[in-house]
Design a protein around this ligand. Structure first.
Ligand code: SF4
Length: 367
């Protein structure tokens, strides 16, 4: 008879009080929990490496827990090693991606909050796949912990986190907020919420809720169109929360938190990059409370969309600026690293078949 063995739980699935209880039950002093979490935050590669803990405790920790909930299954690099994309397998078999981008003065991790995305934007690799499930807070946080561990090997420090990977963060609200608090925990990574960007396609009630959390994160609205007719198509959640409601919620967020909102605009040639689009955007946004980020579209297979030329992108940016808005053209990190969200996962799944958990069909957006 084959007896299935269950893997021990990941250490970060324990709340701090649960870890204290576990240690207390083994006769350990109160400061041990802080020691263990400190080692996790400093990127300890194993429980064995936590060398100021007693040897028998290290052995018990190793027998009782896994260091991470994530199993790295594929990796790709781009930009001469400055961009690394990792694909992780979660418990149950689904996979998610996280991308580390290294710059001269900061290292940013683009993190996933869901397996797939229920929003279904037609230009997005993740949106074209089926929705799987929400990530738990420790599964989101473990992406940052793993990136931090890897960066520490080359003497670098993870400094910024953007929730712009797979998924709609606001549709997995409580775990995302919990994971931001874990990121900020000085015993762990100590990444200030000021260095965290939370993106949303526009779940209006959650934007108001986030404003009340007292977490000074930057809100990034995935806008992509400034008239409802086009946005209904490009970002289907717009049919439930149209532009007027979305922009009003973002304005309230900016006023409550004192933080300017970012508006992300994936530039699709011939779809949303005309003078008319720029002029509509200029009329929609308040220049004092907004910043526009233009992102040239990253080609994915099996769509009719095209990215802009350099010239047309520059013209579009200038036209928006002429309407009084601040505009940044974002670099396209990782074009050769399956950089559009969902691409590495899509490529690996093509080779491997589907995620082990299978795929649920669609999902209600919890808003
Ligand atoms: S662009 Fe963002 S919101 Fe739209 S499907 Fe992709 S991950 Fe979801």
């Amino acid at each position: 008879m084959v007896i299935a063995t269950q893997a021990p739980p990941p250490i970060m699935s324990l709340r701090p009080d649960e870890l204290r209880e576990w240690l207390d039950a083994r006769g350990q002093p109160a400061f041990r929990a802080k020691q263990v979490r400190g080692w996790l935050g400093r990127g300890a590669p194993s429980f064995e490496a936590m060398h100021d803990l007693p040897a028998d405790l290290r052995a018990e920790l190793a027998a009782g827990f896994r260091l991470s909930s994530l199993d790295p299954v594929a990796e790709s690099e781009a930009d001469r090693g400055q961009t690394t994309k990792l694909l992780y397998r979660l418990d149950g078999g689904y996979t998610v991606e996280a991308v580390t981008m290294r710059y001269p003065r900061r290292t940013t991790l683009c993190i996933s909050s869901q397996v797939g995305c229920p929003i279904g934007c037609p230009f997005c690799a993740t949106g074209q796949g089926r929705f799987g499930r929400n990530l738990q807070a420790h599964e989101i946080f473990d992406q940052a912990l793993d990136a931090s561990r890897r960066e520490a090997l080359s003497g670098r420090r993870l400094s910024h986190v953007v929730f712009m990977g797979m998924g709609e963060p606001m549709a997995n609200y409580a775990p995302v907020v919990d994971s931001i608090r874990l990121l900020a925990d000085p015993e762990l990574l100590g990444i200030s919420p000021r260095r965290v960007v939370v993106s949303t396609a526009g779940l209006v009630p959650r934007i108001a809720q986030l404003a009340e959390e007292k977490l000074p994160v930057t809100l990034a609205i995935s806008l992509h169109a400034a008239r409802d007719e086009l946005r209904d198509y490009l970002v289907p959640i717009n049919r439930r929360y149209p532009l007027a409601e979305l922009v009003a919620a973002a304005r309230d967020f900016a006023r409550t938190t004192g933080r300017r909102v970012s508006y992300e605009w994936v530039v699709l040639a011939g779809v949303n990059d005309s003078d008319r689009d720029a002029d509509e955007l200029g009329r929609l946004l308040d220049p004092y409370l907004s910043h526009v980020n233009l992102i040239p579209w990253n080609p994915i297979e099996e769509t009719e969309f095209k990215g802009p030329t350099r010239l047309s992108l520059a013209r579009f940016a200038d036209r928006i600026r002429s309407r009084g808005l601040n505009v940044t053209v974002r670099d396209t990190r990782g074009r050769d690293a399956d950089a559009a969200c969902g691409q590495l996962r899509a490529r690996v799944l093509k080779g491997d078949g589907r995620d082990a958990e299978g795929a649920a069909t669609g999902s209600e957006v919890d808003a």
